[in-house]
Design a protein around this ligand. Structure first.
Ligand code: G3P
Length: 478
């Protein structure tokens, strides 16, 4: 009998009154690994009420005490790295070592956020009136940052712990309450992470984690009048949320089609290493994965050979064995990837390896001579399949990058720093990496997407700042 994990609300663990559960399928075995409660709308209402009450008291809790609790939670999280990582292996097939890294990185993120929070929230501003025409120095404006209220955090399956704490820690240090809706795959890892916050001793009702079916509580949560801010990372659902949400700040990080532009003067070994790392880490299931290589034709053959030889060394198999390529998260995801591969095959792409799939496990595949009429030139596989488009000019590469509806990150490889800067300026993406594959971290760097890739900017400092509002008090002298 598979255990049904309880949800967390008002400082306690609860069974849902629905008596229903949601199954989490292990991507490797394709069998039910865990179950979580299918919460009801009524339960969500209760959580929201409790969170609102807890937030009022939390906002008055001294900043240093809030930071102290976060530091404590960070330490406990790191102590629990092994069992949490094990959940990540079973729920999302993350390679064992990467799973541990995710938890440790999360602990560091929480501590850094506590430190950053005491600095930036410990400082206000004083303005005097006589700098604006027509005014005497008769008004003093004191402004500081106040919390928004209840923050709804919705992280994705690929980093259920790290992309949860990247929302939770800034929300809490800033004096907000938190409702977490974890992804189905990764929900138990998230519940375990929440348990660490519970052990740290945060006040009841301040942190909550509801699980359930999107069809039952998805829209209900995102359109709930008790929510004062939504921080979401994921796919197209984010676009739908942004259309339905109320007049509240939204922080969204959605998909990407991160382009890797390779110039003729690039260090080709560096290029090949970054294409393999950027394209195939966690089997390509990262928003920041290299998703299309745009390479100058004159160096393409050499790079393709180097990439192929490095790909031959990637290990393929179960996450428990710490293989490089592990099963993708769901069967429907594997089917979608296969659809893109078949489309490219029909339209004549060159297969650098044979296409191979067993269950959710897809062997790494490089597709050369991809053309813009193929779906894979534009769509995000979120799997270990990487297209190469050969270009005749840098302008052609920039044009392809900018014709995408996404604009998360991109990268450019060249030894000419002036060209690199000019290309970076021309690329319509939130970040451009010079001579390295795209990546979100270090976690205090700003992280943002243009166009369909998102709203607002993340990274520790930016997240704290988006989860507060400026409040002014003006002293008027007689
Ligand atoms: O896929 C989400 C995105 O945040 C990836 O993060 O650290 O793998 O670059 P990272």
């Amino acid at each position: 009998e598979v255990e049904v994990y309880k949800y967390y609300a008002d400082g306690h663990w609860h069974k849902s009154s629905s008596a229903k559960s949601v199954s989490i399928i292990n991507p490797t075995t394709r069998k039910t690994q865990f179950k979580v409660q299918a919460c009801t709308q009524e339960e969500v209402n209760k959580v929201m009420e409790a969170a609102k009450v807890a937030q009022k008291a939390w906002a008055r809790t001294p900043l240093w005490k809030r930071a102290e609790l976060l530091h404590k939670a960070a330490a406990i999280l790191k102590e629990h790295k092994a069992p949490i990582a094990e959940c990540l292996v079973k729920e999302i097939a993350k390679p064992a070592k990467d799973a541990v890294t995710e938890v440790v990185r999360s602990g560091d993120l929480v501590s850094y956020t506590a430190e950053e929070g005491v600095r930036i929230l410990g400082e206000g501003k004083l303005l005097v009136s006589d700098s604006f025409p027509g005014n005497e120095r008769s008004k003093y404006c004191l402004s500081s940052k106040i919390p928004l209220g209840v923050v709804l955090a919705i992280p994705p399956f690929n980093y259920p712990v790290n992309l949860a704490v990247s929302k939770i820690a800034p929300a809490l240090i800033a004096g907000n309450a938190l409702v977490l809706k974890p992804p189905t795959q990764g929900a138990v890892a998230a519940l375990h992470m929440i348990h660490c916050f519970h052990l740290a001793g945060f006040p009841k009702g301040l942190i909550n984690c509801v699980t359930g079916k999107g069809s039952e509580i998805g829209d209900f949560l995102t359109m709930h009048p008790g929510v004062n801010c939504i921080s979401f990372t994921g796919g197209d659902t984010g676009i739908a949320i942004s259309k339905k949400a109320g007049m509240i700040p939204l922080q969204m990080e959605l998909g990407g089609k991160d382009a890797c532009i390779v110039l003729e003067d690039a260090d080709l070994d560096l290029v090949a290493a970054n294409i393999v790392k950027g394209g195939f880490s966690y089997s390509g299931q990262r928003c920041t994965a290299v998703k299309v290589v745009l390479i100058m034709d004159s160096v393409a053959d050499e790079v393709v050979e180097k990439v192929k030889s490095k790909m031959g060394k990637l290990t393929v198999g179960p996450p428990e064995d710490d293989c490089d390529i592990t099963p993708v998260v769901t069967e429907s995801s594997a089917n979608f990837i296969e659809g893109l591969v078949m489309d490219a095959k029909e339209k004549g792409a060159t297969f650098c390896q044979e296409y191979r799939r067993e269950g959710n496990l897809i062997w790494p595949l490089l597709l050369d001579h991809v053309r813009p009429d193929m779906r894979i030139a534009w769509e995000e596989p979120f799997g270990p399949v990487l297209p190469i488009i050969r270009i005749q000019s840098v302008e052609e590469g920039i044009h392809h990058c900018n014709a995408s509806n996404f604009g998360l990150q991109g990268c450019v490889f060249t030894r000419d720093i002036n060209k690199a800067i000019m290309i970076s300026d021309a690329m319509e993406t939130g970040t451009v990496q010079i001579n390295s594959a795209p990546a979100r971290g270090p976690d205090h760097f700003p992280f943002q997407g243009l166009k369909d890739s998102g709203i607002g900017s993340q990274g520790i400092t930016n997240s704290i700042n988006m989860m507060v509002k400026v409040k002014s008090t003006v002293i008027n002298l007689p």
